[in-house]
Write a protein of this length. Structure first.
Length: 139
């Protein structure tokens, strides 16, 4: 394993640490996912950064710095991109289990208790924004 140039240097935030990794090697694998059919696909650091920056831009338009964004998403690319988008935009991410027929009341209670500035949900094949605005962030 090669020594990273910034190995002894502390990064002050998760976003700064991620950006340092992307600068080091943008084509390196960032994350891998298992599809229902058993096949594996992944994203490079550069691809993850591109998606997260896009998401972060939408967050900055609506959520105040230091705000809270609920992420009741299944584990997968949308969740990872939204999470890193939160890191990059300076808002707090609140990972939650996605809504199902059996946990809808629990999720609703959690959201009403925490009162996030925005909530991101996955509908069909798109990630939709629920809050003051509605639109597509990630596809």
């Amino acid at each position: 394993m090669k020594q990273r140039p910034d190995a002894g240097k502390k990064q002050s935030t998760l976003a700064a640490a991620f950006l340092a990794l992307v600068r080091e090697e943008a084509d390196a694998p960032a994350v891998k996912f298992l599809r229902a059919d058993g096949s594996v696909f992944g994203m490079t650091r550069g691809e993850l950064l591109q998606a997260a920056v896009s998401f972060a831009g939408k967050l900055r338009e609506t959520v105040p710095p230091g705000g809270v964004v609920a992420l009741p998403l299944p584990t997968g690319p949308e969740f990872v991109c939204a999470l890193y988008g939160c890191f990059l935009s300076g808002v707090a991410a609140l990972p939650l289990p996605p809504a199902t027929r059996t946990n809808g009341n629990r999720l609703s209670a959690l959201l009403s208790r925490v009162r996030p500035d925005a909530t991101v949900i996955k509908e069909k094949a798109e990630t939709a924004w629920i809050g003051e605005q509605t639109g597509t962030f990630l596809t």
